[in-house]
Write a new protein. Structure first.
Length: 136
């Protein structure tokens, strides 16, 4: 395996992601921001953060797969969520949990950041996901 994810002793342990990833390999994969759209551009789960998180992660998995990678190879995830507030965390994590097994997303997740933003691609887009992976 080219990626080793862990949380060193002394770092906050009650997070749904690891704090550190160490990767060896020479091939990097960068998946651009994925949103809750199908291949034909039609929106998925309008107004539903959990549903949009799930679809954005499905699309991220497809992008990784297209490059010969998977979530096991991911060293970094970045989530952008519109109008973020701490009370949205349950709905956000529900979306992650719903698709984790289907997409191969490990639990806890690779190192991740969740960034609150005012606006994304279009008004109905609630979340966008970026991924970085390393392959041998």
């Amino acid at each position: 395996m080219t990626v080793h994810r862990f949380t060193p002793e002394g770092m906050l342990a009650s997070t749904p992601y690891h704090h550190v990833a160490v990767a060896t390999g020479s091939r990097q994969v960068h998946v651009s921001g994925q949103i809750a759209r199908l291949a034909d551009g039609s929106p998925v789960a309008p107004g539903d953060l959990a549903g949009q998180v799930g679809q954005a992660l499905r699309n991220t998995a497809r992008g990784l797969e297209g490059a010969g990678a998977g979530f096991d190879d991911v060293v970094r995830l970045t989530f952008y969520v519109t109008k973020w507030a701490p009370e949205k965390i349950t709905e956000f994590l529900t979306g992650v949990e719903r698709v984790a097994a289907e997409t191969g997303l490990p639990q806890p997740m690779p190192p991740a950041s969740l960034i609150g933003v005012e606006y994304l691609f279009e008004p109905d887009v609630l979340v966008e996901v970026e991924a970085t992976a390393v392959l041998e």
